[in-house]
Design a protein around this ligand. Structure first.
Ligand SMILES: Cc1cc2nc3c(=O)[nH]c(=O)nc-3n(C[C@H](O)[C@H](O)[C@H](O)COP(=O)(O)OP(=O)(O)OC[C@H]3O[C@@H](n4cnc5c(N)ncnc54)[C@H](O)[C@@H]3O)c2cc1C
Ligand SMILES: NC(=O)c1ccc[n+]([C@@H]2O[C@H](COP(=O)([O-])OP(=O)(O)OC[C@H]3O[C@@H](n4cnc5c(N)ncnc54)[C@H](O)[C@@H]3O)[C@@H](O)[C@H]2O)c1
Length: 475
């Protein structure tokens, strides 16, 4: 064994949301920890995902707020967008968060960081650059990347993905986005608000993982803002054009061409696993990701996998959740298992769409007898004052009022979803939410009011009226 061999308790492969959480947790709990990262520390979320997309969306929101300001009696001149400066703002936000995820910080915590791609040699050995690592436990947290859809000619046209789009320093004049999931809708809105012409081409319907009734609020708003949607549309071929790029698409059995200066691919993700030499370590995987059990263990009992690479819920908060499960299993040898009954997600369009737990479609599919409760933002005084009455909350309960899930579309929906996640994880009933005292005037009142609607029918029934009439006689 040469000098470049390290023996360690735990070796984490990938320094993104999942890997960094595991490495920081493990080292602070006293385990010898090695972290192997091939690219930028912080992974997709910091460099090419959550952080730059939210920073770009914020710039777009500011531009739009100005455009809409006259309804409040405040008039500004037309906002001027200097996209070089927008780009600098996005990069500055990344730079602000970067130190938290840096090699320096992790080394100061005591983690040995190796900046090279890792690949398994056998079931207990990894090679990264010229370093050989033998670890009691490995964690694969190598994330995912944009899927390049099999479109004829795609290899011959310039296209952007989430890895290159935040490097643009000039505003795209006309951007075509393939894929109407959260990436397509968030970035589509950001570019539209900043002044680009935007077309979103989606083979199914936009945001297919969310409740269609709530998605329609997002669709209407984005269409009002000028985004053109081509849903149920098949992309047949791509070619270069004088303007930039042209797509041949099929809608309702008819073919047509759409042209743009830029093309962004946001059609889903593929796991980063080809370079890991998983076969050598006896680790089984499928096209969507590495196979794991409920303890996030792979088919090699010394190896765990976390985050996007497992092909499960691809969110930063779920990568962090996985990290907690693995730390309990690998370090404390506790039989921790994942539970997905209270997984939240938010799409940060404006208005936002947030969800946790079961949807109406899930309840129907699972044949659960349920009740649907609805409340509109139009009945909320704060939403009225903000002139943001588009939006609603929809809650699914059992017939006896146990909370099963909630979806919210509207201003700050992402901030409003948390109590519903808590309710689900604690097995609360709708009466618990109805009895909470909500400060007035807040958007949070929609949660109390929707919960209260569970009782409306019985509370204002003839029977209750009779009882009250009887009791008041004794006042
Ligand atoms: C545009 C966009 C916006 C998003 N917005 C949100 C959001 O608002 N909220 C949210 O919750 N989620 C969001 N996500 C999803 C979120 O970014 C991912 O779920 C999260 O980053 C997954 O973390 P991870 O640790 O699994 O992978 P990553 O963060 O991608 O980290 C994986 C790391 O592994 C490294 N690596 C790969 N192969 C090797 C190898 N062989 N050896 C060593 N290192 C390797 C990579 O370089 C990378 O740094 C967004 C994603 C995108 C693309
Ligand atoms: N706010 C957030 O939390 C957030 C934001 C962005 C991304 N993410 C995460 O990143 C993941 C990836 O995002 P995404 O939007 O790329 O993926 P996605 O899988 O959620 O959506 C991709 C969309 O592209 C469509 N599509 C696929 N192939 C196509 C084709 N050839 N032509 C037209 N449409 C096609 C699909 O029908 C789907 O609606 C998300 O699932 C999510 O987990 C989260």
């Amino acid at each position: 064994m040469g000098n470049n061999t390290i023996k360690t308790d735990i070796c984490v492969i990938g320094g993104g949301s999942a890997g960094l959480s595991i490495a920081a947790g493990a080292v602070q709990m006293g385990a010898d920890t090695v972290l192997v990262e091939a690219g930028k520390m912080g992974g997709d979320c910091l460099n090419y995902g959550c952080v730059p997309s939210k920073a770009l969306l914020t710039a777009g929101k500011v531009a739009r707020t100005w455009k809409k300001s006259s309804q409040f009696g405040v008039t500004y001149t037309k906002p001027e967008v200097d996209f070089h400066k927008v780009h600098d703002h996005v990069k500055a936000v990344i730079a602000d968060i970067e130190p938290h995820d840096s090699v320096e910080r992790f080394e100061s915590l005591g983690v040995t960081v190796i900046q090279a791609p890792g690949a398994f040699v056998d079931g207990k050995t990894l090679k990264a650059g010229d370093v050989t690592i033998q670890a009691r436990r490995f964690v694969i947290a190598t994330g995912s990347r944009a899927m390049i859809p099999p479109i004829e000619g795609i290899g011959d046209v310039p296209f952007l993905t989430n890895e290159s789009v935040f490097d643009l320093t000039d505003l795209p004049k006309k951007i075509i986005i393939v894929g109407g999931g959260p990436i397509g809708c968030e970035l589509g809105q950001a570019f539209r608000n900043l002044g680009s012409e935007v077309s979103i081409v989606e083979m199914a319907t936009i945001m297919p993982k969310d409740d269609p009734e709530l998605v329609s609020v997002i669709r209407n708003r984005l269409e009002d803002d000028g985004i053109s949607f081509l849903e149920q549309t098949k992309v047949l071929a791509a070619r270069k054009s004088s303007e930039g790029v042209s797509l041949r698409v099929e809608v309702n059995g008819k073919e047509r061409e759409i042209a743009g200066t830029h093309l962004l691919l946001a059609a889903g993700r593929v796991p980063n696993l080809e370079k890991l030499n998983l076969e050598a370590a006896g680790i089984r995987y499928e096209r969507q990701g590495i196979n794991v059990d409920k303890g996030l263990r792979t088919s090699n009992r010394k190896v765990y996998a976390a985050g996007d690479v497992t092909g499960g819920y691809q969110f930063t908060h779920m990568a962090a959740y996985d990290a907690g499960i693995i730390i309990r299993n690998a370090l404390f040898r506790l039989p921790a298992k994942v539970s997905y009954n209270a997984v939240p997600w938010v799409t940060y369009t404006d208005p936002e769409l947030a969800h946790v737990g079961l949807s109406e479609a899930d309840a129907k599919k699972q044949k659960i007898e349920h009740k649907i409760l609805n409340w509109s933002f139009a009945d909320n005084d704060r939403a009225r004052a903000e002139r943001r009455t588009e939006g609603k909350i929809k809650v699914i309960t059992t017939l006896k009022g146990k909370i099963l899930g909630a979806s919210i579309v509207g201003l700050q929906a992402g901030e409003l979803i948390l109590p519903w996640g808590l309710a689900l994880s604690k097995g609360l009933k709708i009466g618990d939410m109805a009895n909470v005292i909500a400060p007035y005037p807040t958007l949070s009142e929609v949660s109390k009011r929707v919960a209260g609607s569970y009782y409306t029918e019985s509370l204002f029934s003839d029977r209750v009226k009779k009882v009250v009439r009887f009791l008041v006689k004794f006042g």
